[in-house]
Design a protein around this ligand. Sequence first.
Ligand code: NAG
Length: 382
Amino acid sequence: MSAAGASFLFLLLSTVAAASSITTLSSDIAALKAIKSSIKPTTIPSYTCLHSWDFTSDPCSPPRVTHFLCGVTCSGNRVTQLTLDPAGYVGTLSPLVSQLTQLITIDLTDNKFSGPIPSSLFFLPNLQTLNLGSNSFSGVIPPSVSNLKKIQTLDISRNSLSGSLPNTLTSLSQLTRLDLSFNKLTGPIPGLPKNIIQLALKGNSLSGYLQKQSFQGLTQLETVELSENSLAGTIPGWFFLIPSLQQVNLAKNSFTGVEIFKPIDSNLVAVDLGFNRITGYPPTNFSAYPMLASLTLSYNKLRGRIPWEYSKKPTLSRLFLDGNYLIGLPPKEFFSGKTSISGSLGDNCLKLCPVSSELCVKSQKPLSICKQAYRGKLKPKS
Ligand SMILES: *[C@@H]1O[C@H](CO)[C@@H](O)[C@H](O)[C@H]1NC(C)=O
């Protein structure tokens, strides 16, 4: 045996020797037992992590060759991570999970957990990542969620949560990623955590206006995904001036207007306001956003001409204005071959949109509908 091989073997043996002295804290073992026994046994096939949880051996003692192969990570004699495989486990989450007080990560993504999220879980003092996405958890997110002082990622997307969002989220100062998309949440958007970077609340039934007090003081916010809700009113000008903002999706809501101010500095790259009820002219001020590459205003009630500024903007590579009542001639720069813009100008009231261009493949509205929209007067105003 080589010297390296020998020292490796020595290292291995001494690790085993050291490890075999570990005995998992009994309350952690009790919690793991309770977690396993809250899962329907018929949904624990032999190839899964949970199947390898055999309590005749100690959960935290390596080497884990036959028992506790996965799903649990320890530090010393305490469980620090509960990361189940997406095996389709059916059951509930035992409230005893809160005995695992050293937990840093819980990840139960892509299973069939149902029932409420045990309220005790929101008192885990060290939890940094809570990932319960794609399950069937129901009930509300309680105000006590604010006890998760160290939480950084909170993802309970694709469940059946209901009720409104608690107004205690502001105190989660470490939270950078919040994803509660595709639930049944109602009510307004509350005050948001100060250091949030990614906000995703897509596919709920949130209502009300975008209010300044919800977004006040957010300096890290980069991604806002609020599409498929019932948000209403005018999208206010201050919103797009949040300096860190990069991507905004407010599509499929009930917004009726949009106000765009010129930024001093902005990282905004992509904006989707499609499928709302926004009236007025297409906002020229969007062209003042230096990085803007993708703009979607499809299926609103916009009128007037396409701002020529859009065609003079080299960063803009995707432009969707289809499904409005835009009139006049589209800027010829779109078709000169100099710009490489893609998107759609179809389903409007434009004159001479060349069908040779991809932008004009979708045909324009019938003249009768356009005349009706402008009450017979089809003259460009702006
Ligand atoms: C464009 O931005 C300027 C400067 O922020 C603002 O005064 C003006 O009202 C905006 N125009 C529109 C049509 O919103």
